[in-house]
Write a protein that binds this ligand. Sequence first.
Ligand SMILES: Nc1ncnc2c1ncn2[C@@H]1O[C@H](COP(=O)(O)OP(=O)(O)OP(=O)(O)O)[C@@H](O)[C@H]1O
Length: 228
Amino acid sequence: MDAAPAIELRDVGRRYGERYALRDVSVTVQTGATLVVFGPNGAGKSTLLRVLATLLRPHGGEVTVLGESLPRRDWAVRGKVGLLAHDALLYRDLSARENLRFHARLHKVDEARVEELLERTRLIGRAEDPVRTLSRGLLQRVAVCRAILHDPPLLLLDEPRANLDPAAAELIEPLIGRASGRTRVITSHDPAGGLAEADVALGLRDGRPALLAATGEVDVRAVEELYR
Ligand SMILES: Nc1ncnc2c1ncn2[C@@H]1O[C@H](COP(=O)(O)OP(=O)(O)OP(=O)(O)O)[C@@H](O)[C@H]1O
C-alpha cells in the first residue's frame, strides 16, 4: 500500500435543503483498501458515495480523494473514479455496446476494451439490444463495465451485487473484487458479507457515524445493531 491515503474525510457534512444527509463524517481509507459503509435506508450511504464521486459538493468539512481536495480539484479526480450507482447511468435507448463506446470515447479508451468487457461479462449476445430491454441483472453487468471501463484506481460501489445471480456475481468479481487491486468504497446491507470484504467498516445512522472500526475489531452484531 502507498503511504498516502486514497481518501481522507474530516467532519464532512452535506444537506439537502435544511436536512442533513451526512454530518461529522471522518474516515481514512488507505490506497488499495476497502471501506464498507453500512446503515439503514436513508442513512446517507449513497450521499457519501456521490460526494466522493464529485457529483455532490460537501457543505462542510474536508474531503481529500486521491490526493486532491474536493470540491476545488474535482476535475482532477473525476476521470480516476468509477461509480456504480443505483441508477445505472446509462442511456436507455442505446445498446450496451453503444453506451460503452460512448464512455470509451469520453475517457479516451480504446474500443477493444469495450469488446473485452462485453466478453468477460458474457454480454456479447445482448450487446446490440437497447439497454431498456435488458433484465435488471444484465443491466447491472453493463453498469459494472461502464464503471471500470477507464480502469479507475478508485471504485465507488453502491450495493454492487444487487440483482445479480451467483454466476453473474462471480463473473464481475475479478473486475470489482479485492483482486482488482483498486481502492474501494462499497455500500452494503449484509453485515456478515460486507465485513468479510472490508478493511474498514463505517456505520451510518441518520447521516452520522455510529460505527467506525478496522474489520478485525468489529463484531457482526455491532453492524446488525445499526439496523435495530
Ligand atoms: N436528491 C435528494 N433531495 C432531497 N433529499 C435527498 C435526496 N437524496 C437523498 N436525500 C435524503 O438524504 C438522506 C440520505 O439518503 P441516501 O440516499 O444517501 O441514503 P442511503 O443510506 O443510501 O439509503 P438506501 O439504503 O435507501 O439506499 C435521506 O433522508 C434521503 O431522503
